[in-house]
Design a protein around this ligand. Structure first.
Ligand SMILES: *[C@@H]1O[C@H](CO)[C@@H](O)[C@H](O)[C@H]1NC(C)=O
Ligand SMILES: *[C@@H]1O[C@H](CO)[C@@H](O)[C@H](O)[C@H]1NC(C)=O
Ligand SMILES: *[C@@H]1O[C@H](CO)[C@@H](O)[C@H](O)[C@H]1NC(C)=O
Ligand SMILES: *[C@@H]1O[C@H](CO)[C@@H](O)[C@H](O)[C@H]1NC(C)=O
Ligand SMILES: *[C@@H]1O[C@H](CO)[C@@H](O)[C@H](O)[C@H]1NC(C)=O
Length: 393
């Protein structure tokens, strides 16, 4: 009894640690304030909630339902609303005390709109000014005059998260600018221009680009391998049947939008465009601090950069091609990776040809299915229980 308690204590601790991948839960914080419910709803709809939750230090400038209804009456698209609302998330901590102690009474601070890369110049910065009589005014740096004011503190956890209610929407012409229609983006052109030329070429050559393109409007996450990773993979790729080539490429798309914050906070199994019934073609997302990795049982790839993040489309660059275990043999568990620095495993296992015929038969169906919507690409929370047991027993 005592012995088993001894063994399970560290295991329990490990489980707790791996479950706590987010710093806060803004949805839960705001849920206690019905007057902020519309704001809360739109933080979820625009996926900003996950971004907020994944940051260690953050200030949220909340709007009440009447300020939100003014904003919504403008008829903006969800992508534009995301830009506007991201002005209301400051990537620094401002509690009530700090607001009233601003050096020289005025400061410019970066918002999430600035860090999204959508903003030019100073337009993603917020001017906070401590006015006479304890009043604090807010405005985007590119607008004329302070037009929104401190109302009340909703929650303060110094120096992690501060939620403050302000009186009005922060107006910024740039945040309100129309965003391009996502389906008008030519995905392969974008990938080619951002360092995934070889990968984009394979998408076009196999016709996989059509499936990717058709999934953009309903949400799409693309993981593309860089040119050197693709070139290291080519000998193996050339050996695959036409159907399996398509499967490998579709394996690099997930039919939902996943921002970096969402990837970091939702470790688990992810379905792909290649997933079709019993042909799982899934992989596991696991973050190690700031690094997000994708594990296929054959290979572990690292996200090395974000190429595009325009909700509902996001594209990341990987250091390796993702090899599905349905087509490639898994490396022996005990053997450490022989070449961790290589773009693709230099002498990974050979393709499992015995499955080719099966794959051929299912690919036509798979293609059709992938063009539609597959299982919503839902996350399944996976706790690394086995790892824990291996580490501690
Ligand atoms: C945050 O809280 C909401 C409401 O309580 C809950 O539905 C949601 O699952 C939580 N999110 C996370 C990431 O824990
Ligand atoms: C913030 O705005 C006020 C009013 O427009 C202005 O006087 C002040 O200089 C601005 N502060 C900064 C740091 O730009
Ligand atoms: C802020 O976060 C740190 C690290 O997660 C934690 O140790 C600390 O208790 C938090 N502070 C508050 C006031 O919640
Ligand atoms: C994207 O552009 C490439 C050429 O750069 C073209 O082959 C492809 O058909 C285009 N795709 C779409 C969906 O327009
Ligand atoms: C390609 O297939 C051949 C014949 O099955 C095999 O001998 C060769 O090792 C394979 N090459 C690669 C790179 O997998």
């Amino acid at each position: 009894m005592a012995a088993s308690t001894f063994y399970f204590l560290p295991l329990l601790l490990l489980l707790t640690l791996s479950a706590t991948t987010t710093a806060h839960n803004i949805t839960k914080i705001l849920a206690k304030h019905p007057e902020l419910s519309t704001f809360n709803e739109y933080l979820t709809k625009t996926h900003l909630a996950a971004e907020i939750n994944s940051r260690q230090t953050i200030t949220v400038l909340a709007l009440d339902n009447s300020a939100m209804s003014n904003l919504l009456s403008k008829g903006f698209s969800l992508a534009t609303l995301k830009n506007v609302l991201s002005l209301h998330v400051l990537v620094d901590y401002f509690g009530a005390k700090k607001l009233h102690q601003i050096t020289d009474g005025t400061t410019l601070t970066a918002s999430m709109f600035q860090s999204s890369g959508e903003a030019d110049g100073t337009s993603g910065y917020i001017n906070i000014t401590d006015l006479h009589g304890g009043k604090v005014g807010f405005a985007p740096a590119d607008s004329d005059g302070l037009h929104s004011f401190f109302v009340k503190t909703v929650l303060e956890k110094p120096y992690n998260i501060s939620v403050i209610q302000i009186s009005q929407v922060l107006n910024s012409a740039q945040a309100e600018a129309p965003t391009p229609e996502p389906s008008k983006v030519n995905l392969t052109d974008v990938l080619a221009a951002k360092g995934c030329k070889a990968f984009a070429g394979l998408l076009i050559a196999t016709g996989a680009d059509t499936t990717f393109q058709e999934n953009i409007d309903s949400g799409l996450t693309v993981f593309c391998a860089g040119d050197s990773a693709v070139s290291a993979f080519m000998p193996k790729y050339k050996n695959l049947t036409k159907a399996d080539k398509l499967s490998v490429l579709l394996y690099h798309g997930v039919p939902v939008y996943n921002s970096m914050g969402m990837l970091k906070s939702s470790n688990g199994v992810m379905n792909t465009l290649a997933t079709d019934g019993s042909n799982k073609y899934d992989f596991t997302v696991q973050n190690d601090g700031e690094t997000v990795t994708l594990k296929t049982k054959v290979v572990t790839a690292k996200i090395t950069g974000t190429l595009v993040d325009e909700d509902p489309l996001v594209c990341y660059k990987l250091d390796k091609v993702l090899l599905p275990h349905e087509l490639f043999k898994a490396a022996p568990v005990s053997e450490p990776s022989p070449a961790p620095e290589a773009d693709a495993p230099a002498d990974g296992p050979d393709a499992d040809y015995s499955e080719d015929d099966v794959a051929d038969q299912t690919t036509k169906k798979k293609k059709k299915n992938a063009a539609g919507k597959i299982n919503g690409g839902s996350f399944i929370m996976v706790v690394p229980l086995c790892l824990g047991i291996m580490a501690f027993l």
